[in-house]
Design a protein around this ligand. Structure first.
Ligand code: SF4
Length: 754
């Protein structure tokens, strides 16, 4: 079955005329990203182009995808919008809530038991509102999107920051918060600041141990975690065409780690092969006929530096494998330099666990290349010195990897297969002994390696590498092992060397499955009830947030001044808290518990100005909430980077945080705050961050004149009686100001549907 084939065909029928209209309007050659963006404008193309990096544009994406953790809040919000069904096709994927502990079968069984009420809720909402439901065990959202829904030239949003994975099939696919999903599912315009474009020309071809993962690991090192913020990264060139479709998806997926809005490749032969192999020949045929519209114009490729805002060249023939980390995905070390780097930084080099898989790296190509390393290890009498875990990306991949004997090879070197789910990639790893917080090293092929993300232990040094390098390092047991140059001693005491990995981009025996775990929405589901138990501590109906009072904010106590990095993991921690994703009151008990207090360098210990005592952030937040005055949060650079979770914006709103003032924001988090009615501001002079004192009371002045581009005054009322006035900037446009005034974007949507 090809999902939503009518919608896809209709898109391609209109594409040539749309591209021609865009070219006429812009009056210049078009990049592939521009063809997609402009052909998905919410309003018909007008007479002028938009300015990249500054103009907000309304879009109409083709579809929405949600994972189970974020879907709960997105759907709770959608239920408040007063619609009968979603306006565009949507799907829900049960992947994030499955704990990796005792192996696939057992872990899945216990997830179905422990998350029953959440799965029942999601299933009932999907049936009621005509949404595709992928049951637990079906696989990880992005892998399923790539295998079933993505189509070249399309545009989608997903309530997960690695949604850009679908760029591997030529789609503009953007990770958003649940509030954005609600906009699109309710048929409202979805707004985005028109991204800038980074062009990356991949020259030459990969060889030896280097893989697609190493391209994005290198790019992460070049651009850093915020170098792609507000940009689409477009890959092209001979090297791009030589990569498999799933290799392209790996690169696009992990592009989230440079903060990119999304990443994309033009349509080519590898995508065609993948579409056909996954049962979508009709899509491949019609995409093939539109090939010129599914790539940049040839003038762009001839002079890329003229058309992209930033242009980079990478020679794949020269690329060596990378290992990134610890604690940040952009600390990129070529494998040949790892010994020196580890020594210099005193990183623990004994690797306790190697983990492969995740949505990023569990394609057939990844598994087969890693399995070839495992097979070679067995042939030369080696086994894994570290623990070795495998997380398949989908039921389809699990089935064919098992069928083709790869899991046997992994098991023979000491590997263990987890369920088809996120598991250790999102802190859902019940790792023995992690509560002891011992210093240790793990290496994985996932995307993210922020402190505590993998197993909750802040002393776990997590490194990121390709699956084949992870496999080799798990065999050696050492972070500093370089399979290109180093040898190992086998069980006979002989010196041996691992051979270069080999693999297949697509299964020779074809894809196949014994059942993919998909639940088609019921035909007459709109009459169904939605299942939420009255005494549930995991699900809670939402109540609308209050409207803005129409007055300035005055006398807001400082809740916390955050020091250093503050990702959405710091703001709303994952791990055990994932189970409260559908219960705003309960999950608000994790607000900012991972953030460092500037004034005492401690996490979750801040001054309560009401009592003059120190307490946890959620406790102080609740105390301030009861006063009805609200509070202020202050932070540093790229505040809110990381996963797209809107809980990081809903929790402060629930706790009555009125304003968040920082040096700079990560895009999704800033938008999420606006949608929930919290006021995100940035210091006009970043040095003013130093003026905020622990016991300040803060006024936000001039809100009655709130307007785009207009700066806002902030008065700091220090406890010694001194007052200082500083200026803040904001990025609101008129629509977003209407959200602020209404109390949230959802309040506006509901009014429109009444
Ligand atoms: S990055 Fe990790 S947590 Fe996120 S969808 Fe992929 S596997 Fe799941």
């Amino acid at each position: 079955m090809i999902f939503n084939i009518e919608m896809i065909m209709a898109f391609y029928r209109e594409l040539p005329a749309r591209v021609s209209a865009i070219r006429k309007t812009l009056g210049r050659p078009l990049t592939f990203s521009e063809k997609i963006l402009y052909s998905h404008l919410y309003h018909k193309i007008g007479t002028g182009s938009y300015k990249r990096g500054s103009d907000y544009v309304d879009f109409a994406p083709d579809r929405v995808a949600m994972q189970d953790a974020t879907a709960q809040m997105a759907l709770l919000q959608f239920m408040m919008a007063g619609k009968e069904k979603t306006t565009v096709p949507a799907s829900v994927h049960c992947d994030h809530l499955i704990m990796a502990k005792s192996g696939a079968a057992e872990d899945l069984k216990s997830a179905v038991y422990s998350n029953k009420e959440v799965y029942d809720f999601l299933s009932s909402v999907c049936n009621k509102y005509n949404i595709g439901f992928w049951k637990p065990g079906s696989g990880i959202i992005h892998q399923i999107i790539l295998e079933n829904y993505a189509f070249p030239g399309g545009m989608m949003i997903g309530t997960d920051s690695h949604t850009p994975n679908a760029g591997g099939l030529g789609m503009v696919a953007i990770g958003v918060g649940g509030a954005d999903a609600v906009d699109v599912m309710t048929g409202m315009a979805w707004e985005l600041k028109l991204p800038k474009l980074i062009g990356i020309n991949l020259k030459g071809r990969l060889n030896g141990w280097a893989s697609a993962k190493d391209i994005i690991l290198k790019v992460a090192g070049m651009l850093t975690v915020n170098g792609g913020t507000g940009c689409i990264v477009e890959y092209f060139g001979e090297g791009a065409e030589s990569l498999s479709c799933t290799g392209k998806a790996t690169i696009c997926n992990m592009g989230a780690e440079v903060g990119a809005t999304c990443s994309i490749f033009g349509y080519d032969g590898s995508m065609e092969k993948y579409l056909i192999a996954t049962g979508r020949k009709d899509v491949a045929e019609i995409a093939g006929k539109n090939r010129e519209h599914l790539n940049s114009d040839k003038e762009i490729y001839a002079e890329p530096s003229k058309y992209y805002d930033q242009y980079i060249e990478i020679d794949l023939a020269e690329l060596e494998p990378y290992i990134n980390g610890p604690f940040t995905p952009d600390l990129a070390t070529p494998i040949s330099q790892m010994k020196a780097m580890a020594e210099k930084n005193r990183w623990p080099v004994d690797v306790e666990v190697g983990l492969i898989g995740s949505c990023t790296n569990s394609s057939y190509e990844d598994i087969s290349r890693s399995a070839s390393v495992a097979k070679n290890a067995l042939d030369i009498k080696l086994s894994a010195k570290s623990e070795f875990k495998i997380t398949p990306g989908s039921e389809q991949i699990r089935f064919i990897a098992e069928r083709d004997g790869y899991f046997d090879l992994f098991k023979k070197i000491g590997g263990e297969v987890f369920a088809n789910a996120c598991g250790p990639c999102i802190g859902q790893w019940a790792r023995n002994g992690s509560e002891k917080n011992l210093v240790n090293t793990v290496i994985h092929s996932f995307n993210r390696n922020f402190a505590k993300r993998t197993d909750g232990n802040p002393n776990t040094y997590a490194f990121v590498a390709s699956p084949e390098i992870v496999t080799a390092i798990a065999i050696s047991g050492k972070l500093t092992f370089n399979p290109i140059t180093d040898t190992l001693i086998n069980s006979d005491g002989k010196e041996v060397k691992l051979a270069e990995p080999v693999g297949f981009d697509l299964p020779l025996q074809g894809f196949g499955t014994t059942g993919n775990g998909y639940q088609e929405p019921e035909k007459n589901g709109s009459r169904n009830d939605i299942l939420i138990a009255a005494d549930s501590d995991r699900l809670q109906q939402l109540a609308p947030f209050g409207e803005w009072s129409g007055s300035d904010f005055t006398g807001l106590p400082l809740l916390i001044k955050v020091k250093g990095k503050c990702t959405t993991d710091h703001i709303s921690m994952a791990g055990i808290w994932l189970k409260y994703r559908g219960h705003l009151e309960n999950i608000s008990n994790n607000y900012m518990i991972g953030a460092v207090n500037y004034f005492n360098d401690k996490t979750n210990l801040i001054l309560n100005q009401l009592t003059n005592q120190y307490d946890t952030v959620p406790s102080v937040g609740k105390a301030y909430k009861t006063t009805g005055v609200g509070s202020v949060v202050v932070g540093e650079e790229n505040f809110g980077e990381g996963s797209s979770r809107e809980h990081a914006a809903m929790e402060p709103r629930y706790l009555d945080v009125r304003v968040v003032i920082v040096k700079s924001f990560a895009r999704i988090h800033e938008t999420n705050l606006k949608k929930q009615g919290v006021l995100p501001l940035t210091f006009k002079d970043k040095g003013d961050y130093n003026k905020i004192r622990e016991d300040d009371k803060i006024d936000i002045v001039g809100l009655v004149h709130f307007a785009p581009e207009r700066q806002i005054s902030i008065v700091l009322n220090h406890s010694d009686g001194e007052k200082e006035t500083i200026l803040a900037k904001h990025s609101y446009n008129d629509t977003q100001i209407a959200w602020f005034k209404a109390g949230s974007a959802l309040n506006l949507i509901r009014k429109a549907n009444q």
